[in-house]
Design a protein around this ligand. Sequence first.
Ligand SMILES: [Zn+2]
Length: 453
Amino acid sequence: VNPLLVDGARVIGMTREDDVTEDGALLVEDGAITALHGEARKRAAEREAGGTPIERVDAAGFWLLPGFVQTHVHLCQTLLRNGPDDLPLLAWLSAHVYPGEAAHDEETMELSARLGLAELIAGGTTSLLDMGSVRHTDALFRAAAASGARVTSGNAIMDDPDSCPADLVAGTDAALAEADRLLARWHGTGGGRLRVAYCPRFALSCTERALRSAAERARVHGVLVHTHAAESREETALVEARTGRPNLVYLDEVGLSGPHVVLAHVIHTTGAERALLAARGTNVAHCPSSNAKLSSGIAPVADYLARGIRVTLGADGAPCNDRLDPFAEMRLAAQFSRLRPGEPPLGAWDVVRIATAEGAAALGLDRVGTIVAGNRADFVLLDPDAGFARPAGWRGDPYGAIVWSFDRSHVEATYVEGVRLFSRSGPSPAGALRPSAHDVEAAVAKLRGRGHS
Ligand SMILES: [Zn+2]
């Protein structure tokens, strides 16, 4: 692959609020950013003089930003989009999501993941943490491998027969063995883009033995743990009734806390639980669209940030947002923060930071999330003139426009490892990944035919 020079963009590096370079440039070699701005142009000219062809992208007029990192999604649920929109979490899981997941076969699972990945990439998401499902996780990884995106996933561990549906449950040892098998098969493949995490679904779906063992195995292998916590009041009350402890205290006791742990939602927490998050360095995946649709509540994000807790963003599954769009999540995160009495509003810089650099840090991706020489070349080009975001001149920084007036129609192109996965103006790998409407509806008919209505 020849070196790539992306030239002329407004480069928003996300290392600091003032890390914005007008008429910037970056040189990409072997999937990495090897030089920026004047140095990038100089080196590209040297390579060319030495006989190496340079691929050039004229990015004048575009804004270049690190790719968005979504720390909580469910690719297995993309085919469940536009389902019931009036149920709270636990009823919605039982009525729609669990039966839908149980009805999957390898083929529908792969198609669901392809549809979700095509949408995520088109919206500028380059890295994501997925929850998987109980079965067919290899199909998810096959789709992820084909997508070119940076994907961490695993099988959702649901081993408690008292709280899981009979057709969506696995024995404790079988579920853990499946996670170990996936780790051996997929972790580090795709040139390092694909990784495996232990994914106990949530406290109520798992036996204590499964939670403890998943925590221990993740520590042994040095990989992430992905779970849900403190999403609805009904859930936290059930966890407390069952364990005698608040949700996050219980998770901490079984070993599910620390900088390698990502907890989705984390809305209903006590002061003691928040102190525990800060002390352990556990990551929070804020999912504002989902939290609104399922009437779950508004997470106290400003308080978490003030305590030094790392907050990141995720769209959650397609049936609870119902679009896998980082711009929708950023805008709603900013809006929600203004509806929490007594807490300061979330500034646009903080919102973009949690959607990029903080997400990458939570996923342990130390060469992703900022635009600096030496990092992997995961970035998006945004076109400020694509929609109705003008004028943009009232404030000097770009963050307000990105959070408040841009949407995913502003994404001109998405790159991972220097490879263009999406282009607004022409064919692209993400376009090829996207199943046809006919295939999507045929797959949904299969799910319905297996008993999910
Ligand atoms: Zn979720």
